[in-house]
Ligand binder design. Sequence first.
Ligand SMILES: Cc1cc2nc3c(=O)[nH]c(=O)nc-3n(C[C@H](O)[C@H](O)[C@H](O)COP(=O)(O)O)c2cc1C
Length: 274
Amino acid sequence: MERFDALIKKDGSGRLTIVEIPFDAKAVFSKPKGTIYVSGTINGIGYRSKLLSRGGGRFVMVLDKTVQKSVGFDGQAMAAEITMSCEDMDAVREKPEKLVDIMSDMDVLTAIKTRRSIREFTSKPVSQDMVNAILFAGMQAPTAKDKRPYHFIVIRDRHVLSILARNNPNAAMMEESAGAIIVCGDKNIEGIKEFLYADCAAATQNMLLSIHGLGLGGVWCGVASNSDWRKLLIHQLALPPKLEPISVIAFGWSAGIKESVCRWETAKIHYEKW
Ligand SMILES: Cc1cc2nc3c(=O)[nH]c(=O)nc-3n(C[C@H](O)[C@H](O)[C@H](O)COP(=O)(O)O)c2cc1C
């Protein structure tokens, strides 16, 4: 990881807000070709970005509006302490080897049609390979500008599951579930609240469908803003201020079979106009 002091400022055109990188990023990050994706902190605030080459080994990093706002840039040149690591996108995107072995025989439409919320579980444990497959499905979800602003906190600890279950009657099933995945949104990565929630909801649904496709059961537990449960999640999981807990997925082996329901309503469909 590189650490340096730099100025956040407008570029010559006045359109872009940039940081000049005080080293040859290609050489330092051993990236002779291709886009250099970076992440780190600016005055302690997390960011993710890419570097633009200005020729001759010189690079700048462009800061989008969200990052500018988070670090308090108001248009005037501002000193910043920066940490920067190169994100090797090939490595980031590399699948854990075992994932390729985990398949579902269920086709996608059948999974969508037959998925139900499961709130009763057996005590059978769920393998880590399955959990990885579920997390992988979450990360495959679409996100605005492909920012992928989510973090997934996997909880297997029975004591923690129990604390969370006992403090929210709507999440009581966590007392029995094999585990839970807390889907958190990074407000520094996605500053538009609606997109942050939409991105995390898409990831949540992908995970619920994969849970069902793997033969497991799961349920989405909502996290209401300003609820005591949200505060408890923040405290219990030691979430930093940038992370918003958005949904909780309790999962495990289902204790029973739940019939699918057909929710088709012709009256909800409109063509061309309302
Ligand atoms: C945003 C959201 C929040 C939810 N919160 C809870 C919850 O706190 N507890 C719960 O048992 N189910 C919760 N659910 C699950 C719904 O109750 C469930 O999806 C709905 O009743 C339809 O049933 P089905 O999932 O079996 O098709 C939630 C679902 C969504 C989308």
